[in-house]
Design a protein around this ligand. Structure first.
Ligand SMILES: Cc1cc2nc3c(=O)[nH]c(=O)nc-3n(C[C@H](O)[C@H](O)[C@H](O)COP(=O)(O)O)c2cc1C
Length: 176
């Protein structure tokens, strides 16, 4: 990997935490997407985006959509524990065009109820109310995690979630 840059978009800190861990492990420069104008992306051959999932949508993807001739990698973080089927749904919902086949990695994030911004608190309440009515068998893993964490502060982040990405950066085949 000649020159890689880590970019993160994080509302509540989990994507940032994973991005900074990867910076520490690899030495790649890490930058908040808000400050992207401060770096010359044309000098990079690889961009690794760390981003949160909100209402099934990976934030910050537009920065990757405009890139050409670069290796693009995404590490998404959400409430769900790692679940292959869930990751497939996230891919189908978010990645199309030049992003269709790019590697997508995943780490469980955090639920910080006490820090939720007004709009997210309102949305979370609506989601919670709708999930409460569902039959347990119809709940996806992220829905179960949200139901159990609602009203609390829970941190599920773990450095071990970075291992598949680290192995990929070392040259191992990507399997998802
Ligand atoms: C309004 C809202 C909607 C969310 N929707 C989802 C979701 O659809 N799927 C999921 O796995 N996690 C969902 N989450 C959980 C976030 O992905 C999780 O809090 C993650 O840590 C966010 O990244 P960040 O901490 O970097 O902001 C949601 C969180 C909020 C506040």
């Amino acid at each position: 990997m000649e020159k890689a840059v880590i970019v993160y978009k994080s509302k509540y800190g989990a994507a940032k935490k994973y991005a900074l861990w990867l910076e520490e492990m690899t030495g790649y420069k890490c930058i908040d997407l808000e400050n992207i104008k401060n770096i010359k992306l044309q000098d990079c051959d690889t961009i690794i985006l760390f981003s949160g999932i909100y209402a099934s949508t990976i934030a910050g993807l537009s920065i990757l959509k405009s890139q050409k001739d670069k290796q693009l990698i995404i590490f998404a973080t959400g409430a769900s524990p790692y679940d292959e089927d869930n990751l497939k749904i996230i891919r189908e919902h978010n990645l199309s065009g030049n992003l269709s086949n790019i590697p997508l990695f995943y780490g469980q994030g955090q639920w910080l109820d006490s820090k939720l911004k007004f709009v997210d608190k309102t949305m979370a309440k609506l989601i919670y109310k709708s999930l409460e009515k569902k039959d347990d068998k119809d709940l996806e893993p992220w829905m179960k995690a949200l139901l159990s964490a609602y009203g609390k502060d829970v941190d599920w982040t773990n450095r071990s979630y970075l291992e598949p990405l680290l192995n990929y950066l070392k040259g191992e085949q990507y399997g998802c």
